[in-house]
Write a protein of this length. Structure first.
Length: 124
């Protein structure tokens, strides 16, 4: 018998995610960027993870990149812009005891002028 996810929809839990979910999802129209998949993996949402894996396959994403999302920091499959977007998703979804979810250094990298059009679209 298949198990149901204990958290089928993580959007109500981190309020910041609702603000960035739409732009993150729309950024997929520029080509497959696995940020939505990571957004499902980070809080442990099986529902989001399965759905976004299917979406990425439909968009033609390779199995190697889909699989590597879980270990994106060590994987060689992602551009600097994609890495920044994946890091942003994790920062927004991971509680921080100091209150600051997205460090200033990450904002600076996301706002860098060269080669970050897709990344900028993902978080603005």
């Amino acid at each position: 018998m298949p198990r149901r996810s204990r958290m089928p929809n993580p959007l109500p839990f981190p309020p910041e995610m609702a603000e960035v979910a739409g732009p993150l999802h729309r950024s997929l129209t520029d080509g497959p960027i696995p940020i939505q998949l990571r957004a499902g993996q980070t809080p442990g949402s099986t529902c989001f993870t399965i759905r976004e894996t299917g979406n990425l396959r439909e968009l033609g994403e390779t199995e190697e990149r889909i699989t590597a999302v879980a270990t994106w920091r060590d994987a060689t499959y992602f551009t600097d812009a994609e890495r920044a977007a994946l890091e942003l998703v994790e920062a927004v979804l991971t509680p921080n005891p100091s209150g600051e979810r997205v460090p200033a250094e990450l904002y600076a990298r996301l706002d860098a002028p060269a080669g970050t059009t897709t990344t900028r679209k993902a978080w603005t």
